[in-house]
Design a protein around this ligand. Structure first.
Ligand SMILES: [Zn+2]
Length: 271
């Protein structure tokens, strides 16, 4: 009896071993995870980080849908690139820019069809201004790119082609909706104004060190003054003129009134 028992237990141990070997082989050869909203692709070396990214995206997608009051229009792909070289090669082909060399602070992008991110495992070697240890900042970054995905799905230019002039709106919306503005960038808008660095043209709002705070608070100003519905209606805008016409403002009016509102807002916060 003892013999039989030990025979069975050896067999089941062997089976467990085979099962584990098979399942780890399956994970490595088919390294993507399924989700109703997105499909994830990643290398086996990023198995440690993929569940965190997937979980964060699922949670933040709900927040974004709640903000806009409507679900994502369609499914999209999520791609984790293992290192800077792989990211450059991938973006170079996807955006048709041969030999693309990206800056160290560029770690992610979002369009209607796809969200790509340099693996946080590679940030210490291949990135600046980003650290895997800052979980909240990484979650906000993912929410920012996810907002671009949502925006692209409701804009006639799903890859934001030709929308550079309204970069302040595209980026400002992502900064606002992701929560990055609340997480510390708002003070930057006031600082820019106080240091005479406020943009004199909307097209320049998404540039320089205050870009997150300035663009995010410009979009927040639009929401505060005109309401969420108006902001949502601007998702389909493709030009500055279209946005300003909708708001019935000139470029200078928008910039001046925004400056005033930021100063007032800061005053009321400090009293
Ligand atoms: Zn962005």
């Amino acid at each position: 009896m003892k013999k039989v028992f030990s025979y069975f237990s050896r067999t089941s141990l062997l089976l467990i071993f085979i099962f584990q070997a098979l399942s780890s082989f399956a994970r490595q050869s088919d390294s993507n995870a399924q989700n109703a909203l997105f499909t994830m692709h990643f290398e086996s070396t990023d198995q440690n980080i993929a569940p965190f990214i997937s979980r964060t995206l699922s949670q933040r997608a709900k927040t974004i849908e709640h903000f806009f009051g409507k679900p994502f229009a369609k499914k999209f792909e999520v791609r984790i690139l293992a290192n800077r070289a792989a990211l450059n090669t991938y973006w170079s082909e996807a955006w048709n820019i041969p030999g693309l060399k990206t800056e160290c602070w560029m770690v992610a992008s979002g369009t209607a069809k796809e969200l790509t991110i340099l693996s946080p495992n590679a940030w210490s070697e291949d990135a600046c201004e980003h650290t895997i240890a800052d979980t909240l900042k990484t979650q906000l970054l993912l929410a920012h790119e996810l907002t671009h995905v949502y925006h692209g799905q409701y804009n006639p230019q799903p890859e934001f082609e030709g929308l550079d002039a309204i970069g302040w709106f595209v980026e400002g919306l992502a900064v606002l909706v992701s929560g990055q503005l609340d997480a510390g960038h708002l003070a930057a808008a006031k600082e820019a104004i106080e240091h005479g660095k406020a943009p004199t043209q909307l097209a320049n709002a998404w540039s320089g060190k205050y870009r997150y705070g300035v663009s995010g608070s410009l979009v927040q100003y639009i929401e505060n003054r005109y309401g969420r519905e108006k902001l949502i209606s601007l998702l389909s805008s493709t030009s500055e003129k279209e946005i300003l016409d909708e708001l019935q403002l000139t470029e200078q009016e928008l910039l001046t009134q925004w400056q005033k509102a930021v100063i007032e807002q800061q005053k009321s916060l400090s009293h």
